[in-house]
Design a protein around this ligand. Structure first.
Ligand SMILES: [Fe+2]
Length: 613
């Protein structure tokens, strides 16, 4: 038995992953345990979790792989460079060789952290280093269902690369080309995120959500002035418009002058049509880059499968566009596409590339187990915790539970759904989710304002029975990780239940897009999660039951947290969030908690508890 621990840390979103004999066993982000969003510190809790999960001590682990090469120093250098750009660039380049030599010091630092888990851990030579983009590429290819694929990684910045193209074959990954810092789609997108007045590294999602409200009026201007985009998708940024100087400003005065408005102050200025048009424009440019890149590499290599990872791979609108272009037969996206997934990639890269182990391509689906790789809790643990918290609950068997919850959903109740192992990656996929009826007119606003405490324009995503996805959306493929966007079908025919069939004398009811307003974006698109019986049986059952009573095989699925809070991990977290928001019901495995039955003294002021994101 060979166990490999992968770690990513010290940039943003620290995480740990464990693989045994090449099989993915567990993985989690540190933020879920520390309750600090995007926690970049050494992932002590996440490492401890993956060890406990397999009953292993750190000294029993065979190899430990860090997701990138020299880390702490690099970040400092990067920050120095950013602080003094453009003057700092020369000194930054010159310091590279010294920085590489200091690798040993960083190894020692990591070694000291690791020893905190187990004082018997003595072998520093078990620690290895992968490369940032190599870790991303490995996380995208090795768990994928492909024997051969193009691997595209896109993010802000790793060591030097910001964009890489590689080919994966069997157990090997070969890098073909790279685009280097400071030329980066991730940083470009972040610069516009900053300009619109959202927080860099977390507000990118909002820009994507805002884009459909605007028109890409500035796309041509961006392509003319800010980015030199070649036909093959390679690009260079015009650094004259960027000013990463203090870390507080991404763009400079020239940038503002080019578009005609100052950087929006989120505390004083509302979002206007201008910001929506800017969002639409940078989104359109990003899509253009990604389409050109993927088209040219597919032509060059003649390979028909695509895998993606890196922060930009979370741009599900762009992913949906690639899919629609039909350049590839199939696309697979790593659910933990950001730096957290680098922990898993680093471990897998070591197993295949370094140890040379053979790779078996999975026959059905992928190797991610639905991304349900985090902690779970058994009945005794849940009961004890709920008792200690003073919660009032009832317990039901699975069948009754499914019937009860499906009916409550139909009554427009909002429900915290806590089941099985926590998801790895930024999306909630029905293990730590808030779920609701997508047919409800009031649901989007209500969930945003009363439950999530966030902007009312933020769209929600649907979970849909995998076998019914193409009846409702222009999508003919699986999207288990909510990383693809497609349009809601214009006219949906809903098969009616038996009673209604008799009543109306027809078998199918024709309804319009507006039948699922809570998950339909303003441009009729939706970010889709297909739910599969093989990976999440209970959630699949719930959707089936909901369909049985309403004709609708979909639910609203949003992450179980409020604005600024990491997704809930434990029973305590979920109870706190339940008592601090207007959620109506909490379901933890077979335990059901109704808000109106809880002790009022336990209600929490939760709205301002977390830093705004
Ligand atoms: Fe990255």
């Amino acid at each position: 038995m060979t166990s490999i621990l992968g770690i990513s840390a010290f940039y943003h979103d620290s995480a740990a992953a464990l693989i045994i004999d090449g099989k993915i066993i567990s993985a989690a982000q540190e933020e879920r345990f520390s309750r600090k969003k995007h926690d970049p510190r050494y992932p002590y809790n996440a490492v401890q979790f993956v060890l406990n999960y397999s009953n292993l001590k750190l000294s029993e682990i065979d190899h430990i792989v860090f997701f990138e090469k020299p880390f702490l120093k690099f970040e400092r250098l990067l920050e120095t460079y950013l602080a003094f750009a453009p003057k700092g660039f020369a000194s930054f380049s010159m310091s590279m060789p010294i920085w590489l030599r200091e690798k040993l010091f960083q190894k020692k630092f990591l070694f000291d952290q690791l020893k905190r888990h187990d004082k018997n851990f003595k072998d520093i030579n078990k620690i290895n280093f992968s490369e940032h983009h190599y870790s991303h590429a490995a996380s995208a290819f090795y768990p994928s269902p492909f024997k051969e694929a193009i691997i595209l990684t896109l993010d802000g910045v790793g060591e030097w690369a910001t964009t890489t193209v590689a080919v994966g074959r069997e157990n090997r990954i070969t890098m073909l080309k790279e685009i280097h810092f400071p030329h980066s789609i991730g940083l470009l997108y972040s610069a516009f995120t900053y300009y619109i007045g959202f927080k860099v590294n977390s507000g990118e999602y909002k820009v994507m959500g805002l884009a459909p409200y605007g028109l890409p009026k500035y796309k041509d201007l961006i392509l003319k002035e800010i980015i030199d985009l070649k036909d093959d998708g390679s690009f260079r940024l015009n650094m004259k418009y960027f000013n990463y100087a203090t870390g507080l400003t991404m763009t400079n005065k020239k940038f503002s002058k080019l578009f005609g408005e100052k950087v929006r102050d989120p505390d004083k200025e509302l979002l206007t049509q201008f910001h929506m048009d800017i969002a639409a424009s940078i989104q359109a440019v990003t899509e253009e880059i990604v389409i050109r890149l993927t088209t040219s590499i597919s032509k060059e290599t003649q390979i028909k499968n695509l895998c993606m990872a890196g922060g930009v791979a979370l741009n599900c609108v762009a992913n949906g566009k690639i899919l629609k272009k039909n350049i590839f037969d199939d696309i697979w996206l790593q659910p933990a596409a950001g730096d957290a997934g680098g922990s898993l990639g680093a471990a897998l890269a070591f197993w295949y590339q370094e140890l040379g182990n053979k790779r078996k391509v999975p026959k059905n689906g992928d190797e991610m187990k639905g991304s349900y790789l985090g902690p779970s809790f058994n009945e005794d643990e849940i009961k004890n915790t709920l008792d200690n918290l003073g919660a009032k609950y009832e317990k039901q068997n699975e069948e009754n539970l499914i019937i009860t919850i499906a009916n409550e959903l139909k009554k427009e109740k909002t429900i915290g759904w806590f089941q099985g192992r926590m998801e790895f990656g930024p999306r909630a996929l029905g293990a730590r989710s808030i779920i609701a009826d997508p047919r409800s007119d009031k649901m989007q606003k209500e969930l945003n304002l009363k439950v999530k405490f966030r902007e009312s324009f933020r769209p929600f995503a649907p979970s849909v029975l995998a076998e019914e996805v193409s009846d409702w959306f222009d999508l003919n493929t699986d999207s288990p990780y909510m990383l693809l966007v497609a349009n809601v079908k214009k006219n949906i025919q809903i098969p009616m239940n038996e009673r209604d069939q008799k009543l109306f004398g027809i078998e199918k009811l024709n309804i319009k897009r507006s039948s699922i307003p809570a998950v339909t974006h303003i441009d009729y698109s939706a970010r889709i999660q297909t739910v599969h019986q093989e990976t999440n049986q209970r959630y699949h059952k719930l959707l089936k039951k909901f369909k049985e009573i309403t004709g609708c095989p979909l639910l609203v699925n949003t992450s179980f947290n409020v604005r600024g809070e990491p997704i809930v991990c434990s029973i305590e977290d979920s109870f706190r969030c339940f008592m601090g928001t207007n959620l109506d019901i909490l379901v933890c495995e077979n335990f059901i908690l109704y808000k109106e039955k809880q002790n009022k003294d336990l209600l929490q002021d939760y709205k301002n508890k977390f830093e705004l994101d």
